[in-house]
Design a protein around this ligand. Structure first.
Ligand SMILES: [Fe+2]
Length: 354
């Protein structure tokens, strides 16, 4: 039940108001005829009052002083000032200062008074509900943030596991292929550098790194005799070699965390002019991430030692890449980035580090 407090130094007024409110509204009413008595009674510490109606001119302190004192104790209370006509000015001023809900002039109109009290109580109740809801929302937000943080940690942990797994996979290929020592790590570092220059976002860069690390995973199914042959492959042998992108995509397909790397593994030997394998993709059918890994892979294969030849000079390797650009096979912008890396000495740093 809502609680109302009435303070007026005239007993007639408090009695009349109390009777009126009790008759018209189902509220509990407290009355007081002296601010000093009210404060000393401890009522304000005992009861949570919803609405207070106070007279203006009273002994000990005036209505505004009393209302502000009451608001300090009970900030959610709805304050109404009951004024004589002559006090109207100060009442209006205090509407903002005190957060006065209403001021009523004596003599009041009973119907108007009841309506104002009811609206005041409703307003307080709505504010209360709103506050309560805000608290609930705040709590939920905190809980969501906590769960999100847990999920993120789980995800990071899972990604760490996945990365470890990827390194194991790439080690597996390198153990089998005698000449790819650290090839995948170098391709990954180079591809990340090219990815950054191509303005890839964080997610794309991660794909590029993972894709580069495992691009040749399908070579686990390529016979070692072909993989490590110290000379050019026969057409038949090359056909077998060409199966490794599809074999690799098949290996990683069931791993959901590697979903985005599948296209990279499958398409890292595709060329923009459609002359690549396994699907003869063309132009835009090959993602920028894949184009980057392809170029990093080719460059590393040319620049480092192979089963049947020594690695080429930087300039020679770059010249071959540029020939492929001229033939419409490789992305000119990415090869341009590689040239920038070469000229700035960044490329040498990647190779010194690996
Ligand atoms: Fe490959």
């Amino acid at each position: 039940m809502s609680k109302i407090l009435i303070i007026d130094d005239e007993v007639m007024i408090t009695t009349t108001l109390a009777t009126l409110i009790e008759m018209m509204l189902d509220y509990e009413v407290f009355t007081s005829n002296n601010p000093k008595d009210l404060i000393e009674s401890g009522l304000l510490d005992r009861e949570k009052i919803d609405l207070v109606i106070s007279d203006f001119i009273m002994p000990y302190m005036n209505g505004l002083e009393l209302l502000s004192l009451i608001k300090e104790k009970q900030p959610n209370i709805v304050p109404i000032l009951l004024t004589g006509y002559s006090d109207k000015e100060s009442a209006i001023k205090s509407i903002n200062d005190l957060g006065l809900y209403y001021y009523l002039e004596k003599p009041w109109d009973n119907n108007e008074l009841i309506k104002i009290i009811q609206n005041g109580i409703d307003k307080a109740r709505l504010e209360d509900e709103l506050k309560h809801k805000l608290v609930v929302i705040e709590k939920k937000n905190t809980e969501i943030s906590r769960l999100y943080e847990l999920l993120r940690r789980d995800y990071d942990k899972e990604m760490d596991n996945v990365l470890e797994f990827i390194i194991s996979l790439s080690n597996l290929v390198e153990a089998k292929d005698a000449y790819t020592d650290n090839h995948t790590r170098r391709v990954a570092d180079l591809a990340i550098a090219l990815g950054r220059m191509s303005q890839l976002n964080k997610q794309q860069l991660r794909n590029v790194e993972i894709g580069a690390m495992i691009h040749d995973i399908g070579k686990v199914s390529t016979p070692e005799l072909i993989l490590n042959k110290p000379g050019p492959l026969t057409p038949d042998e090359f056909e077998v070699m060409k199966q490794h992108p599809e074999a690799g995509a098949k290996v990683i397909k069931p791993i959901s965390a590697l979903e985005n790397a599948t296209a990279l593994v499958l398409s890292h030997h595709e060329k923009l002019d459609g002359s690549g394998y396994p699907n003869g993709l063309k132009g835009d059918e090959i993602s920028i991430e894949t184009r980057i890994v392809t170029i990093a892979d080719i460059f590393d294969a040319l620049y480092t030692d192979r089963p049947y030849r020594k690695g080429m000079s930087l300039e020679k390797a770059m010249a071959i890449l540029n020939e492929d650009v001229a033939r419409g096979k490789l992305d000119p912008t990415i090869v341009g980035h590689l040239e920038t890396l070469m000229n700035s000495g960044e490329l040498a740093k990647i190779y010194d580090g690996n």
